[in-house]
Design a protein around this ligand. Structure first.
Ligand code: XMP
Ligand code: MG
Length: 176
């Protein structure tokens, strides 16, 4: 696949992705039995992950989305980003954050902190992808889809310069 000046090859295909998402949802159904968690997706990248995940969630639960100031081009800026659009009251709620990818972990660390400050009963993270070698903070991540190398990835919600979100597979940058 080509996007602008870059070439990408498939890293995780649709079938692997869907199987993993179903198994995470199954685990969440078990872990939150009798509870009513509030799922919060981080836009834009998580929209496909959230949609496919929620099809398997059997709990009485709400879904909402927040946005953070954007990740520009191909490297994480590392700066603390502002949350936009928390309309849901998170006080005394069991929050499950749904994220596309965790890189340095700085974004998730600040989002988690913010929800705790707002009085959430519990805050857990479910991420589709994790770059464990890039982590810069200690982060308790309860659900991880796939651990990947530091390679830049696109597809299935993830973008290169806003493009490439609309694929069923996840792609990795081909070395040029
Ligand atoms: P941190 O570093 O705070 O950043 O964990 C997480 C956010 O960075 C973006 N990100 C990527 N986006 N391909 C992308 O399309 C990547 O390989 C990649 N690595 C990090 C992503 O927006 C995530 O929310
Ligand atoms: Mg994102």
């Amino acid at each position: 696949m080509k996007i602008k000046d870059k070439s990408f090859k498939v890293l995780i295909n649709e079938e692997e992705l869907q199987k993993k998402i179903a198994s995470i949802a199954k685990q969440i159904n078990k872990d939150y039995k009798g509870k009513s968690p509030l799922f919060i997706g981080i836009l834009n990248g998580s929209f496909m992950f959230v949609a496919d995940m929620m099809k398997h969630v059997k709990l009485e639960s709400k879904v909402s989305f927040i946005k953070l100031s954007s990740y520009s081009n191909m490297s994480s800026s590392g700066s603390i980003k502002e949350l936009i659009g928390i309309n849901e009251n998170v006080f005394k709620k069991d929050i499950i954050i749904l994220e596309d990818i965790i890189d340095t972990g700085l974004t998730m660390a600040s989002v988690t902190e913010e929800f705790k400050e707002r009085g959430a009963s519990s805050v857990e993270i479910a991420t589709m992808l994790l770059k464990p070698n890039s982590l810069q903070v200690e982060l308790d991540i309860k659900y991880v889809g796939f651990e990947i190398s530091d390679e830049f990835v696109v597809g299935y919600g993830l973008d290169y310069d806003g493009l490439g979100r609309n694929t069923r597979d996840i792609y990795q940058l081909k070395p040029s």
